[in-house]
Write a protein of this length. Structure first.
Length: 327
């Protein structure tokens, strides 16, 4: 399964503190923990001794202790102490299965197979812009596949109905033509326009908003949006939103949004509340879709010119050979 070779978010960095944290990625139980230096580690959430969940244990300095028999494992995964046999030197076979882990964009990322080099992590260019305030929103647990979430994120035609009064209006449901172009690692949709009563938490008036969408990983997407200048309280306003999904199971996902926008009077809580309102409108519709796994056969569902971005996304998944969360 090639999905195991990709980086996926599994937790917010702020949620991983002194205690181990349980997560699930591609149906694999994972335990996250920090050593004394604050470095995040990701292991299989299973003690090699008797199979207990290591996430129920505790961190002892640079070691993770199993809750069952107190076996302690160093950051290398090697068992270094067996309390029942204090003079015993555990052999190299007494080791926990480890996964690659790194931290970016306020999230802990894990790769089940492959190196710990994060060079091929999904890009989020706005993160490097020191002028923008960055906020993590989520997680949201959703009973649908990761590809269904990405496709919804790319879809503007639902704004007028699912987000009526916020991101759209039934009286302005028409979608103008837009561009979809291939990139070396995916595709980009540009010249996407929508009339929005309230385009963001900073909006002071309805506006025509221009979007662009970038997809360079199967379970992530980034949008940038630029509203008409007169409709927001901040000069030269633009924002970027990264949607990063943990594929928990084929029909179960956990999603975070990374918000990057100019500083202003709105508090972090207000910005999060706006994003939570929008996603709360999406969630029941997403969970109602059948099948929950995204069909890649073009004959399985109907398509129009307004669906160019989602059609490009389905072709992209098929080209990559993605099998998790599709049908």
């Amino acid at each position: 399964m090639m999905e195991k070779t990709l980086w996926h978010p599994v937790a917010a960095s702020a949620d991983l503190a002194q205690q181990p944290l349980a997560a699930t990625l591609l149906e694999q139980p994972v335990v996250l923990w920090r050593d004394a230096a604050g470095t995040a580690h990701a292991w299989a959430d299973q003690c090699p001794h008797r199979g207990a969940r290591l996430s129920l244990g505790r961190v002892c300095g640079d070691r993770l202790e199993c809750p069952y028999h107190g076996w302690q494992f160093a950051a290398s995964g090697q068992c270094v102490h067996v309390p029942a046999l204090p003079d015993f030197s555990p052999p190299a076979t007494h080791v926990v299965r480890r996964f690659a882990a790194c931290e970016r964009y306020g999230l802990v990322w894990v790769r089940l197979q492959g190196s710990a080099d994060p060079h091929d992590l999904v890009p989020f260019a706005a993160e490097a812009d020191s002028r923008l305030r960055k906020i993590i929103c989520g997680p949201f647990d959703v009973a649908t596949s990761a590809p269904r979430l990405v496709e919804n994120f790319l879809d503007m035609a639902h704004f007028a109905f699912v987000h009526e009064g916020w991101l759209g209006s039934r009286g302005a449901a028409s979608i103008d033509d837009y561009r979809v172009d291939s990139t070396p690692n995916g595709f980009v949709a540009t010249q996407c326009k929508a009339w929005q009563p309230q385009s963001s938490a900073h909006a002071t008036a309805p506006a025509q908003v221009e979007y662009s969408y970038t997809v360079e990983a199967p379970y992530a997407a980034v949008l940038t949006k630029v509203p008409e200048a007169s409709s927001v309280a901040l000069a030269d306003y633009r924002e970027a939103i990264g949607m990063f999904i943990c594929p928990v199971g084929p029909e179960q996902s956990r999603v975070w949004f990374r918000l990057a926008g100019p500083d202003g009077p709105a508090s972090d809580d207000k910005l999060r509340a706006f994003q939570q309102t929008i996603f709360a409108q999406d969630q029941p519709v997403l969970e109602s879709q059948s099948p929950k796994r995204l069909p890649l056969d073009p004959r399985a569902e109907l398509h129009t010119a307004a669906d160019k971005a989602s059609a490009a996304y389905r072709r992209y998944l098929k080209h990559l050979g993605i099998t998790f969360g599709v049908c």
